[in-house]
Write a protein that binds this ligand. Sequence first.
Ligand code: UD1
Length: 445
Amino acid sequence: MLQFFMKGGTPLKGEVTIGGAKNAALGILAAAIMTDEPVLLENLPDVSDINVMLRAISDIGAKVERLDRHTVRITGSSIQTQKVLFDYVRNIRASYYLIGALLGKYKTAEVALPGGCAIGARPIDQHLKGFRALGATTTITDEGALHAEAPALVGRHIFMDVVSVGATINVMLAAVLAEGRTVIESAAKEPHVVDVANLLNRMGARIKGAGTDVIRIHGVEKLHGTYYPIVPDQIEAGTFMMAAAATNGDVLIRNVIPKHLDVISAKLLEMGCTVENYDDSVRVCGNPNKNYTNVKTSPYPGFPTDMQPQIATVLALANGTSMITEGIFEKRFAYVEELNHMGADITVCEKGDVATINGVKGFHGAAVSAPDLRAGAALVIAGLCAEGYTSVSDIKYVLRGYEDFDVKMRGLGAQIVTVSDEKEAEEFILSTGGDCDDLRELQAI
Ligand code: UD1
């Protein structure tokens, strides 16, 4: 089983380049099959969630041509079925975007219901509410798939009861090919919602207001092919910002949109770190005497829930007591136990939504496992700060959303490798000045 294996204690220094946004790309891949003409996508991240989506699109008959690692051409004219019932699609949550896309284009869709990271109950009632408002009937089949169909989709005024990225994108996908005007109120404003809308507009859709809480869509009869570069990943960038801060490093993070990182930068500044913004890059320098601060996650432009474990790791090394309130998902503190194994002092309230973080002087290496995608990244950051060796197992979660995570960290001077067995771990330990006792110690933890 693959693990990240690292020796902590080296401040990260240098430059790292951020890839395309996974969460935007998932919506964009679904949108790309809504025309019969080719859609050329650039800056597609090479991560496992994206590869699952590409496989699903290809398995229903779309032509998927990978021109290079980050460029793909999708042609939806050869789609043979609107049923996406492959078991593997349950592994990614965003497979539900295929419902909006297929329903919009063909007025019928059936997709195996999604999985994703185990971060709490993740209902899809708002997606269904939107599809139904547009005139679709929705049923859950005995096999656990969502079936949606409509004789015709007709634009409507839809009030979302919850601000949901997924529901906003899904309903937007279906509505661009509905008759008449759709208004989505209480829409999510995340950069990836805007990116999907921008692509759809390049394909001939008429969407206004993406990035605000009211999105207005004039339905069009059909969409056409285009070329589109995917927006840089806000969360990957934020993760490297936190890694720079946690290790007291000095890192220039390239290919970012600094505006998307404002709230993350603001928290780092509160901690006493330095953040310099340039046109398409941001430089973060850590502060060995970090101040505590409080964080509450909320929809964009609030602090992203997907950055919560990473900032908790930095705050665990700050002076004083910080509080983090999770405002989006129920189970987003599963990593706390692992971080506490490494010497952090964090308690989570009984209700599970508030963590109290008493800053400690440092972490020590341990064998920990990633409970979900972003928590896995946070544990790597902790390992890079820790004294001694750390192994992070279950890295399949991390690989869902971070391309070449260890390679990029190594580029910044981190001592980290991916190992598949004990022998490789031993080789790494010996090559970094440790001895076999270090390995035994780690196994005994
Ligand atoms: C997306 C992101 C995920 C991020 C999250 C919040 C993708 C593929 N994933 O997930 O990384 O953590 O946004 O920024 O883009 N809700 C309902 N009913 C619904 C839909 C959502 O009650 O029909 C609730 C959820 O339980 C959650 C909140 O709304 O409490 C926000 O969820 P949502 O924005 O939909 O998250 P996802 O789109 O699943």
